[in-house]
Design a protein around this ligand. Structure first.
Ligand code: 3PG
Length: 400
């Protein structure tokens, strides 16, 4: 955690902001604990150094105090992973929190209630940030997934707590998503998928400055096809992005980037898991049919290109992988990256659906890095600076 040593931490009250925004089912059971596990190394380190850990997070997007967004269901799993009983506060500020902090032993962990139960959190109200900070001596931000939000517990508290440093998770995310991407081992490929080009424009434009290969898949490809005058049947198209697609193709050419679009697609007669399907060349999608996955020739072409690379970043699925029938392309890419990771290629999975895909295939553990951020990793890849990072004393991305 930064350069903090035992001397800095023993007996100190450390306000730790983590992103414990995990999915819960209707019975308040955690369905994916990745973010909790990712937060553990920093918390363990602080425990071992004898700090008093005041742990905070948001969960969901509550409007005011909402019991179903309480952090209480996280306590058992967190306690199990840390090997100690985590104490839970009913609030994130106020007398009860002050009392619990006062009785917290060195190496103890107090979990505050959802910081978003106060509207002042998202408003980044300075008075509120001051109250959050008032119980602590210093700040460790490990909430990468929320680092793109300038909120009281991510940015506001830094005005009152010094030092304010990055935790291990935040630092690792920056090392990969900034360090490895801005200073990659070449050749460098980006694979960008997902249904809409509109949500990936910034990422594509930014990566076009850095990559040797830009591989596109997912629903967004049909906007690129249509922009080139290829008929796409009833596939998803963003009509207002046709010009943009044309300009991105031109930009790739001007930059000498190999832009690879799928050459064949798996088409369906309806948007459903049990749709009839067939594989056709990308230029031959009949009327009434829609493309839902990339085809085998495309997978081969993409894999051949990836075989020549040393760094790969992947964001967004190749097709509708929630439907098994149309998950083949996405799974093939996940397997390819796993294979290349084993051969020393740096493989970075940049948040959201592509993370779900590598987990579904069971190859998450072999990747160089899997981001815990959705919006935050997209913003970083777009080249934006994150307020939660900027506010820290030191969070220098180190190229890996
Ligand atoms: C996320 O899940 O992307 C983060 O926890 C941030 O959540 P938010 O989009 O509600 O700010």
């Amino acid at each position: 955690v930064g350069d903090l040593t035992e001397a800095d931490l023993k007996g100190k009250k450390v306000f730790v902001r983590a992103d414990l925004n995990v999915p819960l089912d209707d019975n308040q059971k955690i369905t994916d604990d990745t973010r909790i596990r990712a937060a553990v190394p920093t918390i363990k380190f602080l425990i071992e150094k004898g700090a008093k850990v005041i742990l905070s997070s948001h969960l969901g997007r509550p409007k005011g105090v909402t019991p179903k967004f309480s952090l209480a269901p996280l306590v058992p799993r967190l306690s199990e992973l840390l090997g100690l009983q985590v104490v839970k506060a009913e609030d994130s500020i106020g007398p009860e929190v002050e009392k619990l902090v006062a009785s917290l032993p060195d190496g103890g962990v107090l979990l505050l209630e959802n910081v978003r139960f106060y509207k002042e959190e998202e408003k980044n109200d300075p008075e509120h940030a001051k109250k959050l900070a008032s119980v602590a001596d210093l700040f460790v931000n490990d909430a990468f997934g929320t680092a793109h939000r300038a909120h009281a517990s991510t940015e506001g508290v830094t005005k009152f707590l010094r030092p304010s440093v990055a935790g291990f998770l935040l630092q690792k995310e920056l090392d990969y998503l900034v360090g490895a991407v801005s200073n990659p081992k070449k050749p460098f490929a980006a694979i960008v998928g997902g249904s809409k080009v509109s949500s990936k424009i910034g990422v594509i434009e930014s990566l076009l400055e850095k990559v040797d290969y830009l591989i596109l898949g997912g629903g967004m490809i049909f906007t690129f096809y249509k922009a080139q005058g290829i008929s796409v049947g009833s596939s998803l198209v963003e009509e207002d992005k046709l010009e943009l697609a044309t300009s991105l193709i031109a930009k790739a050419k001007a930059k000498g980037v190999s832009l690879l679009l799928p050459t064949d697609v798996v088409i369906a007669d309806k948007f459903a898991p049990d749709a009839n399907s067939k594989i056709v060349p990308a230029s031959s999608i009949p009327d009434g049919w829609m493309g839902l996955d990339i085809g085998p020739d495309s997978i081969k072409t993409f894999n051949d290109a990836l075989d020549t690379t040393q760094t790969i970043i992947w964001n967004g699925p190749m097709g509708v992988f929630e439907f098994d029938k149309f998950a083949v392309g996405t799974e093939a890419i996940a397997k390819k990256l796993a294979e290349l990771s084993g051969k020393g290629v740096t493989t970075i999975i940049g948040g959201g659906d592509s993370v779900a895909a590598v987990e579904k295939v069971g190859v998450a553990s072999v990747m160089s890095h899997i981001s815990t951020g959705g919006g935050a990793s997209l913003e970083l890849l777009e080249g934006k600076e994150l307020p939660g990072v900027l506010a820290l004393d030191e969070a220098v991305p180190v190229p890996v």
